[in-house]
Design a protein around this ligand. Structure first.
Ligand code: GLN
Length: 544
């Protein structure tokens, strides 16, 4: 079973880092997003983090919002050691209440819940008794600011040694600050876009108050990540990893290639259900284009053989493809490991590359409640039983758009950097019903035309994901004066920012007409084209 190994140069040791302690708010990850956008590096940990276990010192700490009430018996509380770190602290919503609770247990349920827009009135104190530091959080903001609130609890009174720095009609302590220490609390959410000047507030905190350097840039990240990989893998260590042609695995692979050259072995498994010409294209881009040491395994027959006869259970298709993939990757890894042995330039394969992104990490560490156990991060490490591979995850600190920026920095072609997501089971779950080579051909050709037209219309980047699916029914048509009884292609195209909810894309009629005309004319076996106008929910993005 693979295990994570101590990281020789974690980013929080290189970059000034703001620590976000998550109390379970649905917006916690947005705090980290906003800080990153300000080029300030930050990491999120659950609110239960014991600070003595932290091997680094943050430049400042943000306590997030959360669904609990601080006065509940089982409410989560921050390690009181946070107040001994001698760094600035900002509490947001529950975080504000948590600070107040620490300074005098003065939080109770309000009579009115406050949910939505509110007008913040900033109160400034000048240099007087507080030396002016209390004004720093709202520096540069107008005295009236639109903010977004979502809370039911409120302070019963101002804690000792604090001053009010902002009020709203409903919240007399919408902003508070300690008179001598850099502790701030705000009842509103600066991380959501409904608080237009929220980012300024976070900037005031991170940059002006914590004095965090704004040096989290992709080129800095590349240099430091390459150094980190080299230190981790050592002079001779070798790494293996699967690539799919998607942006994450390609960027991760390119980073490995830059760091350790051919001691990184990329494996592309052609499962027979990739897009039209895809295996060939990915091979060319990764090898000739990016210089990656790539092995392509054509396993189409094994995959398609096992999919034969599986008609009405999409889960079964997914399982067959997943298991066959693991089997083939394992065989290939063992073969490569055997060949790699005994060379004086390189040692054994010890590492498995994974393209884990920060949202997966956040998902696994975010605070799920006082009684809920925190889910450990899933990995495929276990799949290489017996090889004892350790995991290497060079993208684990990055968000998707940061990965794209990194890809561009590394010279990866734009077409690949902006590629729509493609599911692991590929075309197999876009052929509804039984997957046969003939059905795959039809779905592939139709998909190719649809995507080609989307690109030609300049819509590819606007649309988040698009594909053609082959329906398992036949319809009657008339082609060349002859009655035909052939299949139906369903087109799907959605816009979404997070893939959790999605809406179908409103193409204009002329565009749809052109796509439909081409598919019926050019793809043998299709006599009708329909457009899927279901949003998610209730639909899913893929059809199986
Ligand atoms: N549960 C707390 C309240 O209702 C905090 C809410 C929040 O952090 N958004 O006031």
């Amino acid at each position: 079973m693979a295990t994570a190994t101590a990281d020789p140069i974690p980013p929080h040791k290189t970059f000034d880092t703001i620590l976000v302690l998550d109390f379970g708010s649905q917006y916690s990850h947005l705090i980290t997003r906003r800080l990153r956008e300000l080029n300030v590096y930050c990491e999120m940990l659950p609110c239960t983090q014991k600070l003595a276990d932290l091997e680094w010192t943050p430049k400042g700490v943000i306590l997030s919002g959360g669904p609990y009430s601080v006065y509940w018996d089982d409410a989560p509380h921050v390690d009181p050691a946070v107040f001994d770190l001698n760094v600035p602290i900002l509490g947001i919503c529950y975080g504000l209440q948590e600070i107040a609770w620490n300074f005098g247990k003065n939080v109770l349920a309000g009579e009115k819940r406050e949910y939505g827009h509110a007008y913040l009135k900033v109160e400034r104190h000048g240099d007087g008794e507080t030396g002016g530091h209390v004004d720093k959080l709202f520096q540069g903001l107008e005295d009236d600011a639109e903010v977004w609130m979502s809370h039911g609890d409120k302070l019963s009174h101002l804690p000792d040694d604090f001053v009010t720095i902002a009020t709203t009609k409903n919240a007399p302590w919408a902003g508070i600050a300690h008179t001598s220490k850099p502790y701030y609390g705000i009842q509103f959410h600066p991380e959501v876009t409904h608080t237009p000047k929220g980012k300024e507030v976070l900037k005031n905190f991170a940059v002006n108050i914590c004095q965090a350097k704004t040096n989290w840039t992709m080129s800095k990240f590349v240099d430091q990540e390459i150094a980190r990989i080299r230190a981790l893998v050592g002079e001779k260590g070798q790494v293996i990893g699967a690539v799919s042609g998607g942006v994450d695995s390609t960027v991760a692979a390119k980073l490995m290639q830059e760091a350790i050259g051919d001691r990184f072995h990329a494996v592309l498994v052609d499962n027979g259900v990739l897009r039209l010409n895809e295996a060939q294209q990915v091979k060319e881009t990764l090898t000739a284009g990016l210089g990656i040491n790539l092995t392509v395994i054509d396993a189409s027959e094994r995959f398609l053989g096992r999919l034969k006869g599986v008609a009405d259970d999409p889960e079964k298709k997914r399982k067959i493809i997943g298991n066959t993939f693991i089997e083939i990757f394992q065989e290939t890894a063992l073969k490569i490991a055997e060949e790699a042995k005994g060379s004086d330039k390189a040692g054994e394969i010890e590492w498995l590359l994974q393209g884990t992104l920060y949202p997966d990490v956040i998902e696994s560490i975010s605070f799920k409640g006082p009684s809920a156990t925190i889910k450990t991060h899933h990995n495929v490490g276990g799949l290489l039983e017996g090889m004892h591979l350790k995991l290497i995850e060079p993208l684990r600190e990055l968000f998707k758009d940061e990965v794209r920026e990194l890809g561009t920095n590394l010279g990866i072609p734009e077409e690949l950097v902006w590629r729509h997501p493609f599911p692991g089971p590929g075309i197999a779950i876009r052929v509804l019903g039984e997957v046969t080579p003939e059905q795959v051909r039809i779905a592939r050709e139709a998909d190719y035309i649809f995507i080609e037209e989307i690109k030609a219309a300049g819509l590819y980047r606007k649309i988040s994901q698009a594909f053609a699916a082959l329906l398992p029914v036949k319809a009657v048509g008339v082609m060349g004066d002859k009655r035909v009884h052939e299949q139906v292609i369903a087109l799907r195209a959605v816009e979404t920012s997070d893939f959790m909810t999605a809406d179908w894309y409103p193409f204009d009629g002329a565009f749809l007409k052109q796509v439909s005309r081409r598919i019926v004319n050019e793809v043998n076996g299709v006599c009708r084209v329909v457009y899927d106008i279901t949003s998610k929910p209730p639909g899913t993005i893929e059809m199986e």
